[in-house]
Design a binder for this molecule. Structure first.
Ligand code: CUA
Length: 155
């Protein structure tokens, strides 16, 4: 075969690879409904403590095996700092920040959100194993950032 033939083949291969990658990139979010933890609503960051559901943070049952956990991130704690949820139930975490940008990551899980002032973040997770899960703030939020922890107890 001539050199040009190899060159053409490799060019075609590169093109096909690009098309496949683009296809996968589009197919995963659309086909499986996978997306970044969404911004579900806006909120006045100065009125967080008086705006439902954040006027009453904590765990509430929303269905036969469904719970919602409402949380506020603020320097340098999570409110409430500890929640108890049942193993095997669908847990919807609804959270926002009362001051600056915080992170919300439950160690050992894929639960990971940013808490942005003025925005409500939401994501769901089901704990398959009982245990104490540490919640960490992974966005630098000031002097006490490294002390900002929470806890989720799945039981
Ligand atoms: Cu909150 Cu770092």
């Amino acid at each position: 075969m001539k050199v040009e033939t190899y060159e053409k083949a490799f060019l075609a291969l590169s093109g096909i690879t690009l098309v496949i990658c683009l296809g996968v990139l589009l197919y995963v979010p659309i086909g499986f409904g996978i997306h970044l933890p969404g911004r579900v609503a806006e909120i006045d960051p100065k009125e967080v403590r008086t705006t439902p559901p954040f006027d009453n943070p904590g765990v509430r049952q929303t269905g036969p095996n469904e719970y919602e956990v409402v949380l506020i991130g603020q320097a340098w704690t999570f409110i409430p700092p500890e929640v108890r949820v049942p193993v095997g139930a669908k847990i919807t975490f609804t959270a926002t920040s009362a001051d600056v940008i915080h992170g919300f990551h439950i160690e050992g899980t894929r639960m990971n959100m940013m808490l942005i002032p003025g925005e409500v973040s939401q994501n769901t997770y089901t704990f398959q194993r009982p245990g104490e899960y540490v919640v960490i703030c992974h966005e630098y939020c000031g002097l006490g950032h490294h002390t900002m922890f929470g806890k989720v107890i799945a039981e």
